[in-house]
Design a protein around this ligand. Structure first.
Ligand code: NAD
Length: 806
């Protein structure tokens, strides 16, 4: 405990500016901590450096490795390692020869050099020469023994040393494995666990110092096993990826696409390392590299980094095409459309456990393969307890947090039924691991249970259930539900008591689209909160807070010319959003993932926002030929002028134009921090860095607002520019059309947008009521719903997920 209090990380140094080191530095900078990024000296000049008369002694050349890594990250077009472009600012680049003295300033040195024990040993010996005594030093190795890296160094070094295994890409992957040795000071471990969770926002799993720790041991096994199984069953790469992706609750990258992403050389290194280091592993043979994979490495077909691997993107008749490796001929063949009845039957089952259960019991080739794939991974994982982990929860967590599996190995096993599956395994000749036989011998049927309301897992050591420690900062709505805390519920949303007088409005419909039941529950929730709670959080645990209004229904109504129903729905949504805004009790929206369209409008309607660090929020209605119609346009019209002096001399137009552009270009934030710069969030809104703490953080905001004497907001009088603003927008829109940024139909849509933002054709700038703007907004929205080209856009987006330019 004391360690948590006095230790402070004011500065970090990362040694090794490759894929991982540079991105770890970026994430350290994301949380506002200055970070030095150091690499080795280049041994050769580039053509460009030669042309610029630089030499190997020029500082620009000497720092080149770290500098180019930083430049690459700054210019990343998608999935930037940075929350914001200027988040890179606290990173200082250098090289270990000239800047080793910088290590003395660091409170935490992270080594992320190549995966080679000798190189790592040399680097740590060098760090030891410069670091302050007592400085925390960690290695980001994927699987080398942590103890062996520092074993030759002084006692103080070993006491301050452990493994911190980030996953790629560090900003986005939640898992951080912490690997202490028997020498590491326990209080330092507690400190880094706390720091990793609260400051870096990571999901921490403590590991033993065993080869490849937990995630890469089980994860590498799952991949290698699937490859061997494919060869045995004679399936193709396309077939295996079709089976081992979403049908098994795993990401679309499945097995081989994931291999291309990781790098096939890395996969081979990891498997070889495991083969060497786990001589007693009963399934060690599966870490042997199949012949075709070794030949791929010889040919430098290493996956994405060399342009081809298990898949190859190549020019085709209609743009680029993905071809798949035929592992017999080592030639690429056109990607095949995979059809299995079982896959078709399960694809619409939202619950991963039910989906997997149906698939493995389906009896066709895909079902058989899926069963073999997961049953052996389940047996392997269970056999690794207590070797790699004392508890099964850690194994489940690493697979969810490090490999994005929807459910963990043991959660999956529970879902398909432990006794039935064990019977099937036995009949197929598998040996059943002690964890599982103990469970069945104890008369139990599942790895997890919820006796007495608390979640517990089956513990090998005691052959009994052990409670999973509940922590105040982790609010699980499933726990609240299991404990009878649901206040109200319908098909799309529920109101749940999350304690201390705070309720949570959870959306849980398909993709959390907003529909009439959602709106009804919003209204009922506000009513309930007004009577019986201190305040309301609007949040959920889904990947996406809400993808917006239900476009399927909207299109149906528009095609049927059911304007009454559309109008009623629009009005109800606007009223509910206004009721949120004017609630007598504080309301905090907690968006995470996508908060699009209606999801964004609900967020804008709350008093305050507690956004997850990974929040992609935006008013994207223009993409489907509409404008925000549930208060979003009105809210942006108001927000863009907040704090802007409206007396003579100031020109409000540039501010209104900014709101116009945000909506017209359907700008979506690339992080919670970015949402502030787009004007979707205000300064008083907060960012919650750890998604497991998100609802707790939002709840704390509600409680502190209530404690500060929350006063019910009053309706505002927005200032609008009227005709004067419209005339300026007319010119802007004309220029946008002339530059071919927008189509004729876009012109129609953005004219409506400008009309609402300016408050319509008012002869002079003036203050109007919120309701006046809402009425304009609703009318514009309805008229656009009647446009054929808007309907075509909605239909196209529903079919393809992409916007249509018409
Ligand atoms: P990389 O090859 O991309 O980068 C390694 C960097 O280390 C290079 O920039 C290299 O110049 C530098 N380096 C080599 N020797 C050095 C020395 N003596 N002093 C300073 N710098 C030196 O490797 P990477 O993928 O970033 O992996 C780094 C570490 O992270 C490895 O231990 C790896 O196993 C681990 N890791 C990698 C991933 C991944 O997906 N790439 C994921 C988790 C962990």
């Amino acid at each position: 405990m004391a360690e948590k209090l006095y230790r402070k990380i004011r500065k970090v140094a990362v040694v090794g500016a490759g894929t991982m080191g540079s991105q770890i530095a970026a994430h350290i900078a994301n949380v506002g901590i200055p970070c030095d990024l150091l690499d080795i000296l280049p041994t050769e000049l580039t053509t460009e450096e030669r042309a610029n008369n630089l030499t190997l002694d020029s500082p620009a050349v000497r720092n080149r490795i770290a500098q180019s890594a930083l430049d690459r990250m700054k210019s990343a077009k998608t999935r930037s390692p940075f929350y914001l472009p200027d988040a890179a600012q606290p990173i200082r680049v250098g090289n270990l020869n000239d800047h080793a003295a910088w290590l003395a300033d660091a409170d935490w040195v992270i080594e992320a050099v190549v995966e080679n024990l000798n190189v790592k040993k040399q680097v740590h010996a060098r760090i030891d020469l410069h670091r302050k005594r007592g400085t925390l030093v960690t290695s980001n190795t994927s699987g080398i023994s942590i103890r062996s890296i520092a074993e030759d160094l002084p006692e103080d070094y070993q006491e301050c040393f452990m493994g911190t295994h980030f996953f790629n890409p560090p900003r986005y992957m939640y898992l951080l494995e912490i690997i202490p040795t028997d020498k590491t000071r326990p209080e330092l471990v507690e400190f880094i666990v706390d720091f990793g969770e609260r400051v870096l926002g990571k999901g921490i799993v403590r590991c033993k110092d065993t080869p490849n720790f937990i995630a890469n041991r089980v994860g590498a096994f799952a991949i290698m096993h699937a490859i061997h199984l494919m060869l045995e069953a004679g399936l193709t790469i396309d077939e295996v990826d079709a089976i081992t992706g979403p049908p098994l609750g795993r990401p679309r990258s499945a097995t081989f696409r994931l291999g291309d992403l990781i790098g096939i050389d890395i996969l081979v290194d990891v498997a070889n390392n495991l083969y060497e280091c786990v001589p007693d592993d009963e399934q060690r043979g599966l870490f042997r590299i199949p012949d075709f994979v070794s030949r791929m490495v010889e040919k430098n077909w290493l996956g994405d980094k060399t342009g081809q691997g298990f898949y190859h993107k190549r020019p085709g008749e209609r743009g680029s095409e993905i071809w798949t490796l035929d592992y017999n001929s080592l030639e690429y063949i056109p990607r095949a459309q995979i059809e299995f009845d079982s896959l078709d039957a399960v694809k619409r089952i939202p619950d991963a456990g039910q989906r997997i259960k149906q698939l493995v019991n389906s009896g066709d080739r895909a079902g058989e393969f899926a069963w073999k794939c997961i049953s052996n991974v389940m047996i392997y994982a269970a056999s690794r307890i207590p070797e790699i982990s004392e508890d099964l929860v850690s194994i489940d967590n690493v697979m969810k947090w490090g490999f994005n599996w929807e459910i963990g190995v043991f959660e999956m096993w529970d879902a398909i039924g432990v006794p039935e599956s064990v019977e099937r395994m036995r009949s197929e000749g598998h040996a059943i691991p002690p964890l599982v036989t103990n469970l069945l011998n104890a008369g139990q049927r599942s790895f997890y249970n919820r006796a007495g309301g608390a979640r517990a897992y089956f513990d090998l050591g005691t052959s009994d259930y052990r409670e999973i420690e509940s922590r105040p900062e982790v609010i699980l709505l499933s726990d609240s539900k299991a404990n009878g805390k649901v206040v109200k519920s319908n098909a799309d949303a529920s109101l749940i008591d999350i304690g201390d007088g705070v309720a949570c409005l959870e959306f849980h419909g398909k993709m959390n689209t907003i529909d009439l039941p959602t709106i009804e529950m919003m209204v009922e929730a506000l009513d309930e909160v007004k009577q019986n709670f201190e305040g309301l959080v609007i949040g959920n645990h889904a990947v996406n807070f809400s993808v917006g209004a239900n476009l399927v229904l909207m299109l149906q109504r528009a095609r049927n010319k059911d304007w009454d129903a559309l109008g009623r729905m629009g009005r109800a949504f606007q009223d509910a959003d206004m009721a949120l805004r004017l609630s007598p009790k504080p309301v905090v929206a907690a968006p995470a993932g996508m908060a699009f369209g209606g999801g964004c409008e609900i967020t804008l309607g709350a008093d305050r926002v507690c956004a997850a660090a990974e929040t992609y929020i935006g008013l994207v209605e223009l993409r489907v030929g509409l404008i925000p119609g549930a208060g979003g346009t009105k809210e942006m019209a108001i927000r863009c002028l907040e704090g802007v002096p409206l007396d003579a001399g100031g020109d409000p137009f540039p501010h209104v134009k900014r709101a116009f552009e945000t909506i017209a270009y359907s700008k979506v934030s690339e992080s919670g921090a970015h949402a502030k710069t787009l004007g979707y969030l205000r300064d008083a809104d907060k960012i919650s860095i750890n998604h497991a703490h998100h609802l707790y953080d939002a709840k704390q905001m509600v409680l502190s607002m209530a404690a500060d004497g929350y006063q019910q907001p009053q309706p505002r009088m927005p200032f609008v520019l009227g005709e004067a603003g419209l005339a300026q927008f007319k010119l802007e829109i004309h220029l946008m059309r002339r530059a071919a940024y927008i189509s004729d139909h876009d012109v129609k849509v953005v004219n409506q947008l400008a009309y609402v933002l300016c408050g319509g054709k008012l002869s002079a700038p003036q203050f109007v009521s919120e309701q006046y703007l809402l009425d304009l907004e609703r009318e514009a929205f309805l008229s656009l719903c009647g446009e054929e080209k808007t309907q075509q856009r909605i239909e196209y987006t529903l079919k393809t997920g992409r916007p249509l330019r018409n």
